[in-house]
Design a binder for this molecule. Structure first.
Ligand SMILES: *Cc1c(COP(=O)(O)O)cnc(C)c1O
Length: 401
């Protein structure tokens, strides 16, 4: 069996291990330490934010943002339905309701029109959401040039889930900028990884200072352990920060390679009938974290799942596009859902509502994330491409006979 090709595995450059050694030599293993400070400073500079706090995960960063906005039981928070669960579980941690907004077919990100309509409807009923959380899907920024002014009009803060979009831009600005705060992730599959971790960034110094405080068990200044609030154990360790800092050095190179991989797939597969790729929005440059193909089953001659299985047979990992949140059985989507109903229905499932959803459903049905690791060679890419091409040929032959 040939070597397994993973979807988006870690890609170390060399500098990471040097920095981990430095951390060992200084015996700043954990918690915190100079690598954490250096990673936060370098990261803030990279994304053009004034302040950053390094955390245990992207999900932890989102949770702190939700807590700091005072989101609690009975509140609503609007989120993208086409996203990863880490984007919305923190809303539920806070006892609030996520309301799922459909994607825009042109960008696959939160649809600004639907958002605007729903905000207007909520304003009429006299109850606005406490926050809007758009996801930057697969490395493409949400349309903040439109989302931010809409939310500003209703005075609803925006927290960007930029977990997938480090190194991307919107309107010439780095991903994650312009909103109240943004969340990044250094999970193992992301464009850079610290082995696991996250970052919360903001231009608001107090917001980040409070996040930092809550992330360290909300320990008040005193020689003994004094707590006037309940916090979390969410900080990043010094060793993990050393890996993250080392990885940051390679970010520009990683984005360049991700985009090159996308172009390679497009050239090789884009001519096949029934194959298209995630479009690039006019308002920015994505980092192409994952190359995502859309498969039209009749035209291609096989559906997305058949392709996925054929790749798996060749020891190649691929994945369907995120299953939309409104289809997840953890939630019960109910158009008549009105706030103030009990949060739980006893089965551990959460009642909520969705605004549209058909675009995301279609993308889930037809979208396939192709291996996009930056350490992949052209020969690796050709292995993926040949498998897809052969499947198409088989479909043609079957139809011809
Ligand atoms: C990876 C990811 C997260 C969560 O990050 P973790 O560091 O794994 O907690 C959140 N949202 C999106 C869209 C992601 O892709």
């Amino acid at each position: 069996m040939s070597q397994r090709i993973f979807l988006s595995p870690p890609h170390m450059g060399g500098r990471e291990l040097e920095l981990v050694r430095q951390a060992f030599d200084s015996n700043y293993i954990a918690p915190l330490g100079p690598m954490v400070d250096a990673f936060e400073a370098a990261f803030a500079q990279t994304v053009g934010a004034s302040h950053a706090v390094a955390l245990a995960s992207g999900t932890a960063a989102m949770h702190l943002a939700m807590r700091l906005l005072g989101i609690g039981p009975g509140d609503e928070v609007f989120a993208s339905t086409l996203t990863f669960i880490g984007s919305v579980s923190p809303i539920v941690f806070q006892g609030a309701w996520p309301v799922f907004i459909d994607a825009d077919a042109a960008t696959w990100n939160m649809c600004p029109e639907l958002l605007e309509e729903e905000l207007a409807r909520c304003a009429r009923r006299g109850r606005l959401p406490k926050a809007v959380v758009p996801t930057d899907l697969y490395g493409q920024c949400a349309d903040l040039g439109r989302i931010l002014p809409i939310c500003q009009r209703y005075e609803v803060p925006v927290i960007v889930d930029a977990a997938e979009s480090l190194g991307a831009t919107w309107g010439g600005r780095p991903s994650g900028s312009g909103a109240k705060a943004a969340v990044f992730s250094f999970n193992g599959n992301k464009i850079i990884t610290s082995s696991g971790g996250g970052m919360l960034v903001s231009d608001n110094a107090e917001f980040i200072a409070r996040a930092r405080f809550l992330s360290q068990q909300a320990r008040d200044p005193a020689p003994h352990y004094e707590h006037s609030q309940i916090g979390y154990n969410y900080r990043m360790s010094n060793i993990v920060a050393a890996i993250g800092l080392g990885q940051l050095h390679y970010l520009v190179e990683r984005v360049r390679r991700k985009r090159e991989i996308f172009d390679y797939y497009c050239r090789a597969l884009g001519e096949l009938p029934g194959v298209s790729f995630m479009p690039e929005a006019h308002y920015g440059a994505g980092n192409r974290w994952l190359t995502v193909a859309l498969i039209h089953p009749e035209r291609f001659g096989a559906d997305r799942e058949t392709i996925r299985q054929a790749l798996e047979q060749e020891n190649i990992e691929s994945r369907p596009v995120w299953k939309p949140m409104h289809l997840q059985s953890a939630f019960i989507v109910d158009a008549d859902m009105e706030p103030m109903r009990p949060m739980h229905n006893g089965n551990g499932r959460y009642p909520t509502r969705a605004v549209g959803g058909q675009v995301a459903e279609q993308l889930f049905e037809r979208g396939l994330c192709l291996p996009s690791g930056t350490a992949m060679t052209d020969a690796d890419l050709d292995r993926v491409i040949d498998t897809v091409r052969q499947l198409h040929l088989k479909g043609c032959l079957r139809r011809a006979s």
